[in-house]
Design a binder for this molecule. Structure first.
Ligand SMILES: [Zn+2]
Length: 95
């Protein structure tokens, strides 16, 4: 990706694209410009920071639940659900 395209990505990344990059970050290594754009967006967007925290919790829960002998207890499930619900106050912006 050339410099102009990288700068454009940083300046134009919207919440939907940010959410996609947060999710993609669990499946693949993001490019340098994607990481920079995402970091810049997360600095200014509270909704996407909350979404990222929620996805982190879901990712951690999925890892713990799928580990050998690593089933989550009902208390752990309740704590995770509580934290996800507690971090929900408005979703990501659509712009
Ligand atoms: Zn956002």
């Amino acid at each position: 990706m050339n410099f102009v395209r990288a700068v454009k990505l940083v300046l134009t990344l919207n919440c939907a694209q940010s959410a996609r990059l947060v999710s993609d970050g669990y499946d693949r290594k993001l490019s340098r410009s994607e990481r920079i754009a995402l970091r810049a967006h997360l600095l200014v967007c509270t909704a996407c920071r909350k979404l990222r925290r929620q996805l982190e919790l879901v990712h951690l829960a999925a890892q713990a639940d799928s580990a050998p002998g690593g089933r989550l207890s009902p208390q752990q499930r309740a704590r995770i659900a509580e934290r996800i619900e507690g971090s929900q106050s408005g979703g990501p912006r659509s712009d």
